[in-house]
Design a protein around this ligand. Structure first.
Ligand code: ATP
Ligand code: MG
Length: 568
């Protein structure tokens, strides 16, 4: 295809709102253009990449036995009421009303619709297992749409759902989908990890995420240096670290103005690992109203873990300064477990400390040498509520843990019977028993994937597309073609012959300076580049270069066709 006939609006400058490489390069390279916050137009180059990713996803899913269908984007509210999610979903769900005042939502996911479809179309247990998927637009009114395609409001997802008579059948399909996602990512040539994940609000069971590794990733992954263990940091179980030191006598001390752990540790000249911090959150009932969470000073609270502790409101909600002062008569910086009249949930590493510094529940006072057994009432439960940190042992006993950043492109879940139960789905099995089918759910971010590829595959000059997803296979750059008939003739012939050999060719036939053409070629990132210029033609050669390599090969036009045709 001729560059001059396509809309490829490349830009020299990065858009003002772009923070990450994929957003900058996809806009600069003329792949996408923003319509509104978190929504993008796909231009010809971008759409070609998107379609390539869709094709790979489709081929691998079909090979794994999944069936493609297509479900509507606008969904009736009744189905969401049936599952109970109409009221549970917050403002991320875009709701609308039609001319008859009937309520709908724009699909953020499809469990309700697919479960409804399944109950209408399956009549016999012989139709199970049944694994359905579609590739469709989703809308989520994300609180912070950002990073271009990575966290959009309108995006394209492959979502799949499976139905099973028993666990064994579910496990087999789950394993097949796990392998299928690995195959998709391997075909794209990406460095990725599959990790244990938190199922969030979608399911309660096991779940795995697939992450494309990239520094700009929003997620942090913990993996063991000595075993296969890998998990999202949100989910990774933290070991109870042994506490340092010995039991000390307790002493109350004045700590004027020291409100944070760092300030207290600095003031008392102790390490933050010898201090505990106490956070106050909402309980799930009026009595006791509030709950105290205690962590070692250098550890961070894991809100998902804390939200799952019995008696704590889910999702986790911190108490306000005013609520704390009303309940405890002390400011946030001076709270501690000694003499605290609230239920206490201590992280297992905080609970293992033989003596610690903590707030004295009097403004500007702290205890030194506090001890759980001697000084704290027996209102303490010991639970894992912290984020793992690098260097921790892994929960399988191996380690130490190291961290990597990743972009979540896929997430597979075990749904159990959450939706089939709520929506009253049953299938009569061979022995006449009514079975509530077990469900699995398999999401893949097709449009996010475009950005994830760019995050992993770019350099200072632009994108370096892997062959499998590149918008074109070959970029023919003709230098001074509007002045040189030789160049125009050879470039035209290459364009034609390479296409005839089954390659997708972008032919830069524009009347532009060589510098502009090279800069655009680097930016757009097509994997193979052929440069046709007068100087080379006088020697009977054209220049061939891989975008990912700096070596330039001088080949005759026929040899270049032969070399590239072999890779097609
Ligand atoms: P995240 O934690 O990133 O919000 P999620 O857990 O909400 O993701 P799922 O509901 O599992 O995501 O959706 C399946 C896939 O859809 C994700 O793995 C991701 O690739 C993609 N996806 C989710 N939200 C977005 C978004 N706002 N923009 C683009 N892709 C998205
Ligand atoms: Mg989300």
């Amino acid at each position: 295809m001729k560059f001059s006939e396509l809309i490829i609006p490349t830009l020299r400058e990065a858009p003002a709102d772009a923070e990450v490489a994929s957003h900058i390069l996809l806009v600069r390279g003329g792949f996408i253009r923003r319509l509104a916050s978190g929504s993008y137009n796909w231009l010809p180059l971008g759409l070609r990449v998107l379609k390539n990713i869709e094709r790979i996803v489709r081929e691998e899913l079909d090979r794994a036995g999944a069936q493609e269908i297509l479900m509507p984007v606008v969904q009736p509210a009744e189905l969401w009421r049936e599952s109970g999610r109409w009221d549970v979903m917050g403002p991320e769900l875009l709701r609308l009303t039609d001319r008859h005042d009937r309520e709908y939502c724009v699909s953020p996911t499809q469990e309700e619709v697919v479960t409804d479809l399944f109950r209408r179309v399956t009549t016999s247990y012989r139709q199970l297992p049944c694994n359905l998927y579609h590739i469709q637009t989703k809308f989520r009114d994300e609180i912070r749409p950002r990073f271009g395609l990575m966290r959009a409001r309108e995006f394209i997802m492959k979502d799949g759902y499976s139905f099973h008579l028993d666990e064994e059948s579910f496990e087999a399909t789950y394993a097949a989908m796990h392998a299928c996602y690995a195959a998709i990512l391997a075909r794209m040539g990406l460095d990725y990890r599959a990790v244990d994940a938190d199922p969030g609000s979608i399911g309660d069971g096991e779940s795995h995420e697939f992450h494309v590794l990239a520094e700009s990733g929003e997620d942090e992954i913990a993996y063991s240096l000595t075993s296969d263990y890998a998990a999202n940091v949100e989910k990774a179980e933290a070991a109870a670290l042994p506490g340092d030191g010995s039991v000390q006598p307790i002493l109350r001390t004045h700590t004027p103005g020291a409100k944070t752990i760092e300030a207290v540790a600095g003031f008392l000249d102790v390490d933050t690992t010898r201090c505990v911090k106490t956070l106050i959150v909402q309980a799930d009932s009026e009595d006791p109203g509030l709950v105290a969470l205690v962590l070692r000073g250098d550890h961070q609270l894991n809100e998902a873990k804390a939200g799952r502790v019995e008696g704590i409101r889910r999702p986790l909600e911190f108490a306000s300064q005013a609520e704390i002062e009303a309940a405890l008569g002390v400011g946030i910086g001076s709270i501690g477990p000694v003499g605290l009249a609230l239920p206490i949930v201590a992280d297992s590493s905080a609970a293992a400390m033989p003596s610690f510094v903590c707030g004295a529940n009097v403004d500007d006072y702290h205890y030194i040498g506090a001890n759980w057994q001697r000084d704290v009432a027996d209102n303490v439960r010991v639970v894992d509520i912290r984020n793992v940190v690098e260097g921790d042992p892994a929960p399988d006993g191996s380690g130490p843990l190291k961290f990597l950043r990743g972009i979540e492109v896929g997430h597979i879940f075990k749904l159990g019977t959450k939706y089939s139960d709520a929506m009253g789905v049953t299938i009569r099995d061979a022995s006449g028993r009514d079975i509530v089918p077990i469900m699995g759910c398999y999401g893949f971010g097709v449009s996010r994937m475009v950005a994830a590829v760019v995050e992993q595959c770019h350099d200072g000059d632009g994108i370096v597309w892997p062959d499998a997803v590149a918008p074109f296979d070959v970029h023919v750059v003709a230098l001074n073609n509007t002045k040189s008939t030789d160049v125009q003739t050879v470039a035209d012939r290459l364009h034609h012959d390479l296409q005839a050999a089954g390659l997708a060719v972008l032919f830069d036939d524009r009347d532009e300076r060589p510098g502009v053409k090279f800069a655009d070629a680097d930016l757009i990132g097509i994997p193979n580049r052929i440069t046709v210029g007068d100087r080379g033609l006088r020697e009977g050669i054209v220049e061939y270069r891989r975008r990912s390599e700096s070596v330039v090969q001088k080949l005759s036009p026929d040899a270049v066709i032969g070399a590239l045709a072999r890779t097609a």
